[in-house]
Design a protein around this ligand. Structure first.
Ligand SMILES: Cc1cc2nc3c(=O)[nH]c(=O)nc-3n(C[C@H](O)[C@H](O)[C@H](O)COP(=O)(O)O)c2cc1C
Length: 245
């Protein structure tokens, strides 16, 4: 590779950004297959590839989205409905996470400011007032329509390899996102969809050895300003550990 190529790679990597508004245009099957083939060039623990991918399109995608939407609606209304709302939620349990309960836990103090900065930036482009819980919930609900993407990928990891399975899946997912980007497609990785694994299991044959890590919305981006949002990047220095004296 020439020097020119390495500069191009840096530029290309920096140009990938999360897409949060998609056209409904379907992703051609051959193209998705090519992107998944590229994804599989990532390194993997003993080459075990401890992950599986469920591709939800068409009616399957719509059914999952509808159920997710209904659950989110029930939860957000209950949580805003004072004590009676909360009691209803506890009694019916409808909408409570059936997997990955971590998502409802607060961020550690060290990480929280970064997440808050992202939230504030995104609310800004979506025109959502931070103090307006209804608007914030409506914005979050877009996750459950996969931001309009025609295809949602659900990423499952093999439980036996613990964090290394998630690490391998992450490497694969980034290759996938970059390949999609190179083909003019956008992606949004979605931890938001990892809380109701049972809905996905109703649609696909998934072994108990696997757990849901997250989703990836994939499709053609619209020209909405939200897709030009530039999430903050930390400096390299902030990532580096200090040497002991
Ligand atoms: C594992 C994972 C889960 C994510 N979950 C969500 C999500 O549920 N909803 C969302 O809008 N973005 C989600 N994101 C996207 C991040 O917010 C985004 O990658 C981050 O803000 C950096 O912005 P960039 O991707 O544009 O560089 C997720 C990203 C990752 C890696």
């Amino acid at each position: 590779m020439s020097k020119h190529d390495s500069a191009w790679v840096s530029e290309f990597l920096a140009s990938r950004r999360t897409t949060r508004d998609f056209q409904s245009t379907p992703v051609p099957e051959e193209l998705l297959h090519q992107i998944l083939t590229d994804a599989l060039t990532a390194p993997s623990w003993s080459n075990t590839r401890p992950f599986k991918v469920a591709i939800a399109t068409g009616e399957t995608r719509d059914r999952i989205s509808k159920e997710f939407g209904a659950r989110w609606d029930a939860v957000s209304k209950s949580l805003r409905g004072g004590i009676m709302g909360k009691i209803k939620l506890i009694v019916t349990r409808y909408g409570l996470p059936t997997s990955n309960r971590l998502i409802s836990k607060p961020y550690a103090a060290e990480l929280k400011p970064r997440a808050m900065k992202l939230g504030a930036g995104l609310y800004g482009v979506f025109g959502v007032s931070r103090s307006d819980k209804v608007q914030r919930d409506q914005w979050w609900a877009k996750n459950y329509n996969f931001y309009g993407a025609p295809t949602e990928l659900f990423i499952y990891i093999h439980k036996s390899l613990h964090i290394f399975a998630a690490s391998d899946a992450g490497l694969m997912m980034e290759n996938l996102a970059l390949s999609a980007h190179a083909h003019g497609l956008g992606t949004c990785m979605q931890g938001a969809v990892a809380i109701w694994d049972d809905v996905v299991r109703n649609e696909f044959e998934i072994s108990k050895d696997y757990r849901l890590l997250c989703g990836i919305a994939i499709g053609y981006p619209t020209d909405s300003p939200v897709n030009s949002f530039q999430a903050h990047r930390i400096d390299v220095e902030e990532m580096l550990l200090k040497k002991k004296n």
